[in-house]
Design a protein around this ligand. Structure first.
Ligand code: FES
Length: 309
């Protein structure tokens, strides 16, 4: 069940980026959050959006939101309509970007607003005497992010800013790092792609990444049929439609939130067929197993897909 909260404070963090602080409306303590967690924010305009926690504080959830010029109503609505005192619903903290607290050394790579999920990890690592380093690619020298990171001294290295204009070479960084380290990355698509390529030889359990923006949802170009195993019903998914949309149109009551393959709410068990994965959550091994899929964005490589619904 979503939690009833009130906006207790809004802070300027960086250009076009605000921190929103949510406190419990009932006075009942909010569930504890962990490093790398995010929360679903249910906006009064009906949208549900996922935002990383920017700080871990016992009495509140703090998210950082950059206004996206291409926003379809999430960040734009927060920046334009949300005020101190606004009542909202937020989901309990969830995590698709887990931080290994037992790592001998952690290497964090972040770009721009991608620092947000990593911030709680580095704060936790610093507070608990862990070994870590952060490489942050940013165009600006003076943002709330750089100021917040300054407290960590030379564990944080800035790349691409006006004073440190050298670009970050992710392949060189990973190639010269402790091979037993754990690696984390959040940033734009080009950064994630370079990170994944550079980390190919590292065991999957030591490589974690999270996109800060959803990839465009792939449309289904050919059309296929989904069979609902529990009833035997066959539902056509026409070209250009998602499985989720086709099933909702048939009247099914299904869990979903982001509709962009980033939240995991629509994950569904696959009983037969070959899913065409386009989500941002499953690992390569999970994709290869074909056991589950995100029906909001993924399709089928074959004409028939049987789901555990
Ligand atoms: S609804 Fe969020 S992953 Fe499908």
């Amino acid at each position: 069940m979503p939690l009833e909260v009130r906006v207790d404070a809004i802070r300027y963090l960086a250009e076009d980026t605000h921190a929103y602080e949510f406190v419990s409306r009932s006075g009942i303590a909010l569930p504890t959050a962990s490093p790398g967690d995010h929360v679903d924010v249910h906006l009064p305009n009906g949208l549900v959006r996922q935002y990383s926690l920017w700080e871990l504080r016992p009495d509140r959830y703090v998210i950082a939101v950059k206004r996206d010029p291409a926003s379809r109503g999430g960040s734009r609505f927060l920046h334009e309509e949300i005020r101190v005192g606004t009542r909202l619903l937020v989901g309990e903290p969830r995590n698709h970007f887990s931080f290994d607290l037992g790592a001998t050394h952690s290497v964090f790579v972040a770009g721009g607003i991608g620092i947000t999920p990593i911030m709680t990890m580095v704060d936790h690592a610093a507070a608990n005497g862990m070994s870590w380093e952060l490489h942050y690619a940013t165009r600006s020298n003076h943002t709330g992010f750089t100021e917040a990171l300054a407290r960590h001294g030379d564990r944080v290295r800035f790349w691409g800013s006006r004073t440190a204009s050298q670009p970050l070479d992710i392949a060189a960084l990973i190639g010269s790092s402790d091979p037993a380290a754990h690696f984390y990355c959040c940033g734009p698509e080009s950064m994630i792609a370079a990170f994944r390529e550079a980390a190919q030889a590292i065991p999957e359990e030591r490589v974690r990444f999270e996109r800060f923006g959803a990839m465009p949802v792939e449309s289904n170009h050919n059309g296929f049929t989904v069979v609902l195993a529990r009833s035997g019903r066959a539902v056509p998914v026409p070209p250009g439609t998602t499985i989720l949309d086709a099933l909702l149109a048939e009247g099914l009551d299904l869990p979903f939130s982001c509709q962009q393959g980033v939240c995991g709410q629509c994950e569904t068990k696959v009983l037969a067929g070959a899913p065409d994965h386009h989500d941002q959550i499953l690992t390569d091994d999970e994709r290869a197993s074909g056991e589950t899929m995100m029906i909001c964005c993924s399709g089928s490589k074959e004409g028939r897909l049987v789901l555990d619904l």
